[in-house]
Design a protein around this ligand. Structure first.
Ligand code: IPE
Ligand code: IPE
Ligand code: MG
Length: 254
């Protein structure tokens, strides 16, 4: 990053009341509330998903601006197959059209796409589009955008165990670092901050392993209304937490 851009970012963070030295490296978001947002307007649930795309844009843009390095978005859980088939189809189509439209722009901005989850169960056109977007070359990567698709943490952990057995890993070779190489998030740092919109306070089978020590920020804002100000507010909240990691509070250390 050029000195001018660094200065710009510094000024932006300062004006937002944020500490430039305490920006989470990895933020994970459970994008929730699309259906309620649409229903509040007397519209079909799918209308909420369509409008949720604008929030994704805003969050990606904001993550780039503030210098978040990894952004994981929970887009479709293994449990979401239980929704009406029209809604599932609409979500899959939205994924394809959005990625198709945005790939060049994302790459141009230094955003690289990655996925976690079992893509093999997604419709063929979805799998193809994801492959195209993931393969598209991103020069000067500033942000890894990780989409969780047909993802659930219990599935991920179970798959990791299967992989370990398949590879004949010996009991004495297994430790936390080794186990993590079998997770979908291999090579990624754990999220320091997890945001869930729409007022629900649960993690719905999302990143159970990786969120072990994350700070959680819950907001009642519905996903299609979520914008830069809400994203910055979540980071602000994060910066005011004291992360103890099992130690004692700095306030009580004399
Ligand atoms: C989140 O919004 C989008 C997905 C899970 C794909 P919802 O569709 O869950 O919205 P609500 O929770 O029904 O309002
Ligand atoms: C979690 O939201 C999954 C995603 C955001 C993709 P849901 O709306 O599916 O979760 P529950 O059903 O309220 O737990
Ligand atoms: Mg929901």
């Amino acid at each position: 990053m050029t000195e001018v851009n660094k200065k710009k970012r510094f000024d932006l963070l300062k004006s937002a009341g944020l500490d430039p030295n305490k920006i989470p490296q990895h933020i994970a978001i459970i994008m929730d509330g699309n259906g309620r947002w649409a229903q509040n307007r007397g519209e079909d649930r799918v209308f909420g998903h369509l409008n949720g795309v604008e929030s994704v844009r805003a969050v990606v843009e904001s993550a780039l601006q503030v210098g978040v390095r990894y952004l994981t978005l929970y887009a479709f859980s293994t449990e979401n197959w239980s929704r009406p088939k029209e809604e599932v189809a609409a979500l899959m189509n939205l994924l394809v059209t959005t990625l198709n439209q945005e790939t060049d722009d994302l790459n141009g901005k230094g955003v690289r796409l990655r996925t976690i989850g079992d893509l093999s169960a997604l419709p063929d056109n979805c799998q193809k589009q994801l492959e195209t977007t993931e393969k598209a070359e991103t020069k000067n990567v500033s942000l890894d955008l990780i989409l969780a698709l047909n993802y659930s943490a219990k599935w991920e952990i179970t798959e990791a165990v299967k992989g370990i057995i398949r590879d004949g890993v010996k009991e004495e070779e297994i430790n936390i670092d080794k186990f993590e190489t079998y997770l979908q998030t291999k090579g990624l740092p754990d999220p320091e901050l997890m945001i869930r919109t729409s007022g629900e306070r649960r993690i719905s089978n999302f990143m159970l392993w990786q969120l072990a020590y994350a700070e959680f920020h819950f907001t009642s804002v519905l996903w299609p209304d979520f914008r830069r100000e809400h994203f910055l507010a979540a980071i602000h909240d994060f910066q005011n937490r004291e992360r103890r990691f099992g130690g004692v509070s700095q306030q009580t250390v004399k």
